[in-house]
Unconditional design. Structure first.
Length: 419
């Protein structure tokens, strides 16, 4: 299927604005990375706090994430546990101390209370309070109700109450305070005071702990090494199938795409997590494939001795693959932009990397990789004329050969220049 037929756009005549744009984006991205001390890694790389929250009726993950973002900055991951009312919430953590963990817990409780317990009326949330806070809240009201207890008795009572709440099948979540009648020492007066001073919140925090990064420095370095090895293997493969300069041009274009994409992540303060790494690896293959398609058409035209200079042959090859490029890149771009607009915050980084990478990867095949071939061919021709190596450029691409065609007459095997 061809959208454009016999086009003759002068892509390479307009390469400099795109090359200058690439240099500017690369410079801006690298400066941003240097100023900010490197990429903004997410929880997958830096670690954070992991909180197990149980709801009476679990809200949507987006509602939970939106509530927490009001107090907790940075990346927030909400993972729903199938078949239960629980969610695992991962957030960033400033430090590894108990105080930092308690601060995150307090911020999370305050955010969730504001969103899902809006009518507390100053009462204490029974499902999120601790034993000491519960004892302090009940001491004076119990005395006024004529059910005053000594400090030791009150401590023992609140200890039994919280132990009852935290034991299965309740596991930290009391749905009705009348359930506390089963606790020894909870008389009607104590229960009335509990109902007066407390309410059963819609959620309970079952556990809060510090989690380490899923990707440590060693694994991160191994991932970088694997990518470099893959690029080296691609270079060898392309050099074998085409020529080594084709491989160099393709690898430079891939580095160009990756550096600009990471630079834009830094510029827009977007976090890099595992999904973004997956998107970047996808773009490496996508950009390489797009470049190879263009290179393959260049090689075919050189074998057919298409008339014109090497620059004209490259430009013609780009025009001949234009329909394929528009169809492939266009449809992929529509999918990526849909994910970016409607995929929500979970897929935001992944889709942003795809959107940027598709745009950059498509024009780099035309305006970065192809000009490198032309530069090398011109350099080889100039050195050949001056008698200084290298003496060979791209095979079948020197200007005299590319402007020759075989004589059609029988018995004549010579070639003559095209007029």
């Amino acid at each position: 299927m061809e959208i454009f037929k016999q086009t003759n756009f002068d892509f390479l005549g307009r390469k400099w604005p795109f090359i200058i744009l690439s240099l500017l984006l690369t410079a801006i991205g690298l400066i941003s990375l240097a100023v900010k001390g490197g990429p903004n890694y997410g929880i997958d790389f830096t670690g954070g706090a992991l909180m197990d929250v149980s709801f009476q009726k679990r809200p949507a993950a987006e509602a939970i994430r939106s509530a927490l973002h009001r107090r907790i900055p940075g990346e927030i991951s909400v993972q729903e546990i199938s078949g239960t009312q629980e969610v695992f919430i991962s957030t960033g953590l400033n430090g590894r101390s108990d105080q930092a963990l308690q601060t995150v817990r307090s911020d999370m409780v305050a955010s969730l209370n504001a969103a899902f317990n809006p009518n507390a009326d100053g009462k204490l949330d029974f499902n999120t309070t601790g034993q000491a806070a519960l004892a302090d809240r009940l001491r004076d009201p119990l005395a006024r109700a004529g059910a005053g207890l000594s400090d030791d008795q009150l401590t023992d009572l609140t200890k039994q109450i919280t132990a009852f709440r935290d034991s299965p099948p309740r596991s930290g979540l009391i749905r009705n305070l009348d359930e506390l009648r089963a606790v020894p020492g909870v008389t009607q007066k104590v229960l009335d005071v509990l109902k007066q001073e407390c309410f059963p919140g819609s959620f309970a925090i079952r556990n809060v702990e510090v989690v380490g990064p899923r990707i440590g420095s060693d694994l991160r370095q191994q991932a970088i090494n694997v990518v470099l090895i893959a690029l080296a293997a691609m270079l060898v493969y392309i050099a074998f199938r085409f020529e080594w300069i084709y491989g160099v041009a393709a690898v430079i274009a891939v580095f160009h795409d990756t550096i600009i994409t990471i630079g834009l992540f830094s510029l827009f303060n977007k976090e890099i997590d595992l999904t973004v790494i997956a998107a970047l690896l996808t773009l490496v293959g996508y950009s390489m494939n797009d470049t190879i398609v263009t290179f393959d058409r260049i090689r075919e035209n050189l074998r057919l001795h298409v008339r014109g200079s090497f620059t004209e042959i490259v430009n013609r090859s780009i025009n001949q693959t234009l329909s394929r490029t528009v169809l492939t890149s266009g449809l992929t771009f529509l999918t990526a932009i849909s994910l970016y607009l409607f995929g929500g915050p979970v897929l935001n980084g992944f889709s942003f990397a795809l959107v940027v990478g598709i745009i950059i990867g498509t024009y780099s095949s035309i305006f970065i990789a192809s000009p490198i071939l032309i530069f090398w061919q011109n350099l080889a021709e100039n050195r050949k004329r001056s008698g200084r190596g290298p003496r060979t450029g791209i095979k079948a691409a020197n200007v005299p050969d590319a402007r020759m065609r075989p004589v059609a007459k029988a018995g004549k095997g010579m070639a003559k220049p095209v007029r």
